[in-house]
Design a protein around this ligand. Structure first.
Ligand code: DP6
Length: 324
């Protein structure tokens, strides 16, 4: 009863920040992302009667901090398969750890694909996306490649539809990720977004303005209109951080180099370089650009004081089982 799968992280262009239902981990708004082609997470899941309890190893080492979330995700799979067996889960990222890249999205996407297969469950992409979303909202989007939308649930149940807006090869954008700190973030997304929901006076406006951003981004992706996508992505990103900062106590994910990178990217764009920024719950900056601008963008960000490293990637495919 074993299987292995791979998946890559995704980056939200229209952000998810806030839940409408904690029990089912239902987002309060839809979101739109791009799935990257790196780093890749490989996950092997092995259910066996000799396994006394669930075990989780990340890059060969036990990772106790993540074990509860991994076990909860396995519990949902076990319930569907009516199987009591415990599992050993081994996950490897092909990028150095501590690179500051959110790997929980690729991690949980790969986990549900491998876990379902190991249990002999024949689930479709939507069922897998729902299982991944319950583990981590953003993980549902890594089930699909290219441009992906995670929608709100219909009134009749806790399923959040996930759909492809465009395949990666139809609009192959590139991404330069500027690593400005390798320290782990002080307040994780789950805790941070709950703090914003409970304390920020701006939270209702964040939720009520999301649909306009989603509609604008959908149209930009449909038209392959880079400047419109740049506009809505930077708007959603800065709005999310304004919301985070307006929480109590305020959440400040930027460091000095983060801010300097944002200015550098805007300057490049005024000079005609097709690039825009987005930032998640940490200090790294993701510069999304047309492929022909990647070298120039990467170099410009590498020159910003405080930038430790640049990771370059393209758009990639959704989570899938490994070929044996
Ligand atoms: C800023 O998906 O990590 O990256 O559902 O609580 O696990 P949980 O949150 P998570 O939050 C992602 C927040 C974000 C924006 C995004 O990816 O949409």
């Amino acid at each position: 009863m074993q299987a292995s799968a791979q998946a890559q992280p995704n980056i939200a262009l229209v952000k998810y920040w806030g839940k409408q239902d904690l029990r089912h981990n239902l987002p309060a708004t839809g979101s739109i992302s791009i799935t990257l082609d790196a780093p890749r997470t490989h996950t092997r899941v092995n259910f066996s009667a000799s396994q006394e309890r669930d075990q989780f190893l990340l890059n060969g080492k036990p990772e106790p901090a993540m074990l509860n979330r991994v076990s909860a995700c396995l519990d949902n799979l076990r319930a569907l398969a009516d199987c009591p067996l415990r599992a050993r889960v081994e996950s490897d990222n092909d990028f150095p750890t501590g690179a500051g890249l959110a790997s929980s999205a690729s991690g949980f996407a790969a986990l549900v694909v491998a876990g379902a297969s190991a249990l002999g469950l024949n689930l479709d992409t939507q069922q897998l996306a729902d299982l991944a979303r319950r583990a981590s909202g953003s993980a549902a989007r890594s089930l699909l490649g290219g441009f992906v939308e995670l929608l709100l649930p219909a009134a009749d149940g806790p399923s959040t539809p996930v759909r492809s807006l465009r395949a990666a090869h139809e609009w192959p954008l590139a991404v330069a990720i500027a690593i400005t700190s390798s320290r782990t973030k002080s307040v994780g997304s789950t805790e941070g977004m709950e703090r914003s929901r409970l304390t920020s006076p701006y939270y209702p406006a964040w939720v009520s303005s999301a649909e306009d951003d989603l509609a604008y981004a959908r149209q930009a992706i449909s038209d392959r209109d880079f400047l419109s996508l740049a506009r809505v992505s930077e708007f959603s990103c800065l709005k999310m951080h304004a919301l985070a900062m307006s929480s109590e106590p305020g959440l400040l994910y930027f460091n000095g180099a983060t801010v300097e990178c944002l200015h550098r990217i805007r300057t490049l764009r005024t000079q005609g370089v097709p690039v825009f920024f987005t930032v998640d719950a940490g200090p790294q900056v993701k510069a999304v650009c047309l492929p022909e601008a990647l070298e120039q963008v990467g170099q410009a960000l590498a020159d910003v004081p405080g930038v430790q490293k640049i990771i370059r990637c393209g758009l990639g495919a959704g989570a899938r089982l490994d070929k044996e």
